[in-house]
Write a new protein. Structure first.
Length: 224
């Protein structure tokens, strides 16, 4: 299985290069034939003295996935919406979507792909026609309750927050639960008067695109 998370905190993990190198490393670590394929690519690039391009990395991965008599392989790609979509032609997100579209179009019988993302229009437009199964968790009651339970447990167990008035603690719980929008947020404030500012700047609750995803309050698409 190969897993990749597009990390909003790390530029190197927000594009196609990070995705490709991670998947190649994971698959070759568990398979001698995959290791041989990657080793050949290394030799073709003069023993690592030059870096292969994204096309070469893509072909290398496709060769690994196309090996005969291999067990079913799973690729999980999380938080595609964290790929920037604001600059470049194509943008970083478009390059990732093009790659996934190409991978799915191979129709490899032993490959399963699960992709998770917020339901952003450009991502849905590309992926929805390719899905064999899709599930939207964005408004599911269960995951919202999980977030509420986590925030409540944190607020009531934190040594500093236990000194706050009950009304203040409940306001924290209510505000974070309402603004989280399916995101994982960790209250880190130490002073109530700075709470709303910290909530906006440090945790990104008022701008939920800046916080990491724990619960898939997103549009999940699974492909065969």
């Amino acid at each position: 299985m190969g897993y990749y998370y597009f990390d909003f905190k790390d530029i190197a993990k927000q594009g196609i290069r990070g995705l490709l190198t991670s998947l190649l490393s994971q698959f070759c670590a568990k398979s001698d034939p995959c290791y041989e394929i990657l080793s050949n690519l290394y030799s073709e690039n003069h023993g690592g003295s030059q870096q292969p391009g994204n096309d070469a990395l893509t072909e290398c991965l496709k060769e690994m996935l196309g090996l005969p008599q291999q067990p079913t392989r799973y690729i999980i790609v999380d938080a595609i919406d964290e790929c920037p979509n604001t600059s470049g032609i194509p943008t970083a997100r478009e390059m990732v979507l093009d790659f996934l579209e190409e991978l799915i179009s191979l129709e490899l019988p032993n490959l399963r792909i699960c992709i998770m993302s917020r339901p952003e229009i450009d991502i849905q437009t590309v992926l929805e026609p390719l899905t064999s199964f899709s599930l939207s968790l964005h408004n599911e009651i269960g995951q919202k309750q999980d977030i509420l339970n986590y925030i409540s447990a944190f607020v009531h167990s934190d040594r500093r927050m236990r000194r706050w008035r009950l009304d203040d603690r409940q306001l924290v719980i209510d505000t974070l639960s309402a603004k989280a929008d399916g995101m994982w947020v960790i209250p880190t404030t130490t002073c109530w008067k700075d709470y709303l500012l910290d909530m906006q700047v440090s945790m990104g609750v008022l701008s939920t695109g800046n916080t990491p995803s724990l619960f898939p309050s997103c549009h999940s698409s699974c492909f065969k």
